[in-house]
Design a protein around this ligand. Structure first.
Ligand SMILES: [Fe+2]
Ligand SMILES: [Fe+2]
Length: 190
């Protein structure tokens, strides 16, 4: 193996794994996150389609949508760079994300914000789990992206909660949170 890429001596690497340690499965993480950011972009697109450009919340939702697009662009880039295959459920998220955004917006702007609050609560938890797993230093690039995007997601959740007063639609929000958790579980598999 004389021609293998030179590795720094073990002691100079930023992390060390012992034989048998489980390293974070970053390829699955990227696939799930790309699917999630795709879904998020579609949720905000659905909200905007219903709420329209002139509503008092429109500017705020458009700002969130732009941030989701930045997250999605980043995940698309790292996915391509590392040759990670996308989720097979892209067409499903395309429709389901839009339907969730549009459907809640049809119930009213407050329900749309409750949807955002529920979705971003789950995304914050999800990114929190990933960043904890990556605290071993095994993938600084991905960890930096997740930390960066997570800060935006928390901002979205707080902004939405400020509109609803927090937990305004407990049943709806519980259903959406459960749906998002199920979506994450599915995206890990396919
Ligand atoms: Fe996002
Ligand atoms: Fe978000």
């Amino acid at each position: 193996m004389a021609d293998a890429a030179p590795l720094k001596p073990e002691s100079q690497r930023p992390w060390r794994h012992l034989p048998g340690d489980r390293r974070p499965d970053t390829r699955t993480m990227i696939r799930v996150d790309q699917a999630g950011e795709y879904g998020a972009a579609r949720i905000y697109a659905g909200q905007l389609a219903v709420i329209g450009g002139r509503h008092k919340h429109a500017g705020e939702i458009r700002h969130m949508a732009q941030q989701e697009q930045r997250h999605l662009d980043g995940m698309n880039r790292i996915m391509t760079a590392r040759g990670v295959r996308p989720t097979l459920l892209g067409p499903f998220w395309h429709v389901a994300g839009f339907a969730l955004g549009a459907g809640t917006a049809l119930l009213g702007p407050k329900a749309a914000m409750a949807c955002t609050e529920a979705v971003e609560t789950v995304i914050d938890e999800h990114y929190g789990e990933q960043t904890d797993a990556l605290a071993d230093g095994s993938d600084p690039e991905l960890k930096a992206m997740i930390d960066d995007y997570r800060a935006d997601e928390v901002e979205h959740r707080e902004a939405a909660a400020a509109h609803t007063g927090g937990g305004a639609f407990p049943v709806l929000e519980a259903v959406i949170r459960a749906g998002c958790r199920a979506a994450i579980a599915v995206a890990k598999k396919i």
